[in-house]
Design a protein around this ligand. Sequence first.
Ligand SMILES: Cc1ncc(COP(=O)(O)O)c(C=O)c1O
Length: 398
Amino acid sequence: MTRFDQFFQTALEGLSRRHLRRELRPLERDGPVIVRRDGGTLLNFSSNDYLGLSIHPDLKARSIEWTQRFGTGSGASRLVTGTSEQHRLVEEKLARFKGTETALLLASGWQANAAILPALFRLSVEASGAPAVVFTDRLNHASLHHGCQAAGIRQIRFAHNDLGHLEQALERHGDQKGLRFIVTESVFSMDGDRADIAALKALADRYDAFLYLDEAHATGVLGPQGRGLSAEIGGVDLVMGTFSKGLGGFGAYVAGSRPLCDWLVSTCSGFIYTTALPPSLLGAIDAALDLVPTMDAERRHLAALAAQLRTDLARRGWSTGLSSTQIVPVMVGDAEQALALARTLAAQGVLGGAIRPPTVPPGTARIRLALSAAHDAGMLDRLLRALDEGAREHGIVR
Ligand SMILES: Cc1ncc(COP(=O)(O)O)c(C=O)c1O
């Protein structure tokens, strides 16, 4: 015990009373969609490993091979020791995949957003002498908020995916001197809905704004050959994404123009002051980038499963919001009820995470279901039966 522990305890009890306390629970994976927890087996609907690549033999083999050839760690920041051939090869492959001039690897999606935005916004001061004017979707991921906060800018928030509202804001702030930035996601992680990238790009062009797009949940899954929604139209100024979800590994990327990536190499704290990605991860990413473009059948299966699930849930009276992707929220509303429902799911052998404020807005707690190409129709039936049971047990009004 330290003398501060009593403060932690009291603060934690406060979180518990508001049903906001989070806890780590031991879990072991057993195949693409099965996990073991508390001695039982659960069917997993909570993982972002959308294509099941994290256990693919090709990723494992190249990760092992590159570890054996190049070691377990990179030793230092790339600016200190130099850039390895593997980093260069993976970045080139990534730029080809995303259809951009170049790309840059970063440590994680969270770190990328948290560190890129402050570096990017500095450009405004350099170019115009005034701070950046930043327009953000109200439901942007925590890491995007963090990046804005770290940059010390005030976000001009527009209603979720409401481009009319965004346009009004662009109009209202039209006479501000700084460079304009629109920061949003192509697929929203807690709602599974999509941004209209073509319309965003048109707005960005009309108002001379820089478009920053987070493709964390689209990479590998959506767009032509899984290249993300930005690949459908091209011309997005900066696309970031992660390797931790559809690509089955870990780490993140920025894809864009050469001057953009050169700027980040010189100014992005989260790139400069951190150790380069290790060979094991680079090997897995390299293999995933070979496989993903060939996985149209898996993507079709995943999309069909998600559509089926939404139809079945709607038939049973559940709302799935505006989901149109592999992420399907089952809206509950009350945080305590969402937690109770997740507990019943687990008792029925199904893992579906309860997502509560502050991750989602107050009153919109939900079970976030994330589908994988490794799921099948029988598994969806099991999930639906478990949800019905939970609704009955806890008197959840649908
Ligand atoms: C939209 C979005 N961006 C970024 C991240 C962070 O990515 P990573 O898990 O690679 O840190 C997430 C992860 O949940 C996300 O949902």
